[in-house]
Each structure stands twice: as structure tokens, then as C-alpha cells.
Design a binder for this molecule. Structure first.
Ligand code: SF4
Length: 351
């Protein structure tokens, strides 16, 4: 007999798979787990209880902290702002190199969590005077019901953003967009072979969702962690760049990040040769805003004008230290319009 805790919440994103056997199919993410009574899905956060889908970790937060938006990374979204960042436990992917495995590879841990109702979270963000909320550290889709409730409560007061693997279903993503989530930092884990070998998943779904966000007026930045022997060969890099341009266009920023051994993956860190090759290829192919992350050379985090090449935004240690755009986000030298969503926060220390 399952004990109902205060963090159990009935969900609605599912269908009946076999009424007689009380089997249901969760439709929050494209894993579409079929669950028998008493069983949880891959994410460990959704469970079939007597033929109904329950989120069994609603509002159980593993971390809560104020962070700069640049750390997500989101460079073109409310630049220089601060977001109250929250996370839960678990993930619908199992990346062997996960850099946050201490949260993502765990089942919900009530005794190690802070339990916050959406109203408490929003109140805390307003009290701290931050500019927005960000679901991050582990995959946000796993606390989908909580995200929706937070979104509807906060959307008129705060921006709403997430760092995600982009694997939600179309109808779940549509509801997240309606609930006010406008900023998405999306991991692209590599090419189809990477997804097949390591994740049992489909990268076309990720690009489909990223495109859908842009079509609904949201903002997307793609993150490509170049992992040694998992997604770092030439054809794989070319595939990611090619699909980025095909689905998202040249204005969507691409962050190419260096991997370091973590969790269950022990290959050496990404070589500089591979990393810079990927960077050069992306620039050459026509992506206008390409950045390099997880390296010491911070100048690769600056934004240059795609037309005249002048340095327009200088970032150091996840902070904008120089902002040279006009009020309508144009290059002051040649007038080129830079892709920026939301307002630049000039002095975040006043927050
Ligand atoms: S949210 Fe969890 S239970 Fe639902 S389909 Fe995804 S992994 Fe499966």
C-alpha cells in the first residue's frame, strides 16, 4: 500500500494504456513510460498509483540558490540578470558523463530536500529581488506539474527559464510555454549515434522542440558539451552544426563546452584541438553567436557583431563587464541588430 505524502500530487499528462490492468502511459516526456500500478518511470519522479499518474516529488527541491543567468549559460536572455535557481532529483536521461550526477542520478530524497510550494518559491524570489526563476541542475521536465504551477503564479512578475535536455512531448512543451517559460538552455548531446549508443533517444526530438520554442516567441541557446569519444568526431560535429542551422537558424546561439571526466565516464577531457575545430566549423558554417565554455580563455564568451566584427558584449566570470549595444540592441558601429531577449540589467549589484 502506497503512503500518500504531502509531496505526492496527481498529474494529468497521461493516457490509459490498458484499463483492465490499470496500465497508464506517461506523456510528459518522449520516454512515454508505460507504468503498471506501483511502478515509477525512468525519471523516478512519476508513479502509477492505482491507475493514475502521480508526481511523487512535487516541490521537493534539492537546491535553491541565486545565480547569474550567464552561468546557465544564457548569454542573450536578460543579460546580466540574476535568477533564483531550483532543482529536484532524477533525470529522464542517463548520460554517463553527467556533471550533476549527485542530483540527476538519485531518486527523490525527502529527507535531503527543502519542500516548497510554488507560492513559497515565488515569494522567496520576490523577497530576494531577483529578476527571474530558473529550473536547473537536474532535468526540469521531471517536476513538470510543479513547473506549471510555479509558472502560472510567477509569469507576470518574473522571467521563467530552464536548463533542459529538451525531451518533453509537444503537448507538455506547449503547456510550459503557455505557463510563461520563455528562456531555454538546451543540451544537444551529439549526433544520432551518440543518442543511440548512450541514451536510447532521438536528437531530432530535441531540435523539433527547440524550433517549437522559437516559433512560439521563446528564446533558445544550444549547449554542446564535446565529450571525448562520445560526440567529438568530425561527422558528429558537422551533424550538430548542420541541424542547428537547419532547425534554428543562424541567430540561435551555440555554446561549445569542454567536458571533464565525471560520474561513470573516464575518457580524458576534450582536447583543445577538437574544441577549437568545432568552434571554427560553427563560425564558418554561419552560426552568428558561437561561444566556448569551460575553458580559461574568457574572450570566447564575448559577443562580436556578426556584420562588422566589433566586440560588443564583454563577459567575465559570468558577468557582463562591457555592454556597447544601443537601446534597441543594435551594434553602435554598423547598426546590426543583435539577437537579445529581454532587458539588459545594467547594475545587478543593486538587486
Ligand atoms: S516524465 Fe518520467 S515517467 Fe514520464 S515519460 Fe518521462 S521518464 Fe517516463
Amino acid at each position: 500500500m502506497v503512503e500518500y505524502e504531502k509531496w505526492f500530487r496527481e498529474g494529468s499528462e497521461y493516457s490509459i494504456y490498458d484499463a483492465e490492468k490499470k496500465l497508464i502511459r506517461c506523456e510528459i516526456c518522449e520516454r512515454r513510460c508505460v507504468l503498471a500500478p506501483g511502478f515509477k518511470g525512468i525519471c523516478g519522479n512519476h508513479m502509477n498509483i492505482d491507475g493514475k499518474l502521480y508526481n511523487i516529488a512535487y516541490g521537493l527541491l534539492s537546491a535553491l540558490e541565486v545565480r547569474p543567468i550567464e552561468i546557465k549559460p544564457l548569454f542573450h536572455y536578460y543579460p546580466n540578470s540574476l535568477a533564483l535557481t531550483f532543482s529536484g532529483w532524477g533525470c529522464n536521461f542517463r548520460c554517463p558523463w553527467c556533471q550533476n550526477y549527485h542530483l540527476s542520478w538519485r531518486k527523490p530524497e525527502p529527507r535531503l530536500s527543502i519542500h516548497l510550494e510554488p507560492s513559497d518559491l515565488v515569494r522567496e524570489a520576490l523577497r530576494l529581488g531577483v529578476h527571474g526563476l530558473c529550473a536547473s541542475f537536474n532535468e526540469p521536465t521531471i517536476h513538470y506539474e510543479y513547473l506549471l504551477d510555479v509558472g502560472w503564479m510567477a509569469k507576470d512578475k518574473l522571467y521563467l527559464t530552464m536548463v533542459t535536455n529538451g525531451y518533453m512531448t509537444v503537448k507538455a512543451l506547449k503547456k510550459l510555454l503557455e505557463a510563461g517559460y520563455t528562456g531555454y538552455s538546451i543540451d544537444i548531446k551529439g549526433c544520432p549515434e551518440t543518442y543511440r549508443r548512450f541514451l536510447g533517444a532521438d536528437p531530432y526530438i530535441v531540435f523539433r522542440n527547440a524550433r517549437m520554442i522559437i516559433d512560439h516567441g521563446g528564446h533558445v541557446e544550444m549547449i554542446y558539451l564535446v565529450v571525448t569519444k562520445a560526440n567529438d568526431w568530425d561527422e558528429c560535429i558537422d551533424w550538430v552544426i548542420d541541424k542547428h542551422l537547419e532547425y534554428l537558424g543562424e541567430d540561435a546561439p551555440l555554446h561549445i563546452n569542454r567536458y571533464y571526466p565525471a560520474n561513470k565516464y573516464y575518457e580524458s577531457s576534450t582536447s583543445y584541438e577538437k574544441l577549437f575545430k568545432a568552434y571554427r566549423e560553427a563560425v564558418k558554417a554561419g552560426i552568428k553567436y558561437v561561444y566556448l565554455g569551460n575553458i580559461l580563455e574568457q574572450e570566447y564568451q564575448d559577443t562580436k557583431c556578426p556584420r562588422c566584427g566589433r566586440r560588443l558584449i564583454v563577459r567575465r566570470s559570468y558577468r557582463v563587464v562591457e555592454w556597447r549595444l544601443t537601446r534597441d540592441n543594435r551594434c553602435p558601429y554598423c547598426g546590426y541588430r543583435i539577437n537579445i531577449y529581454g532587458e539588459y540589467v545594467e547594475d545587478r549589484d543593486k538587486t
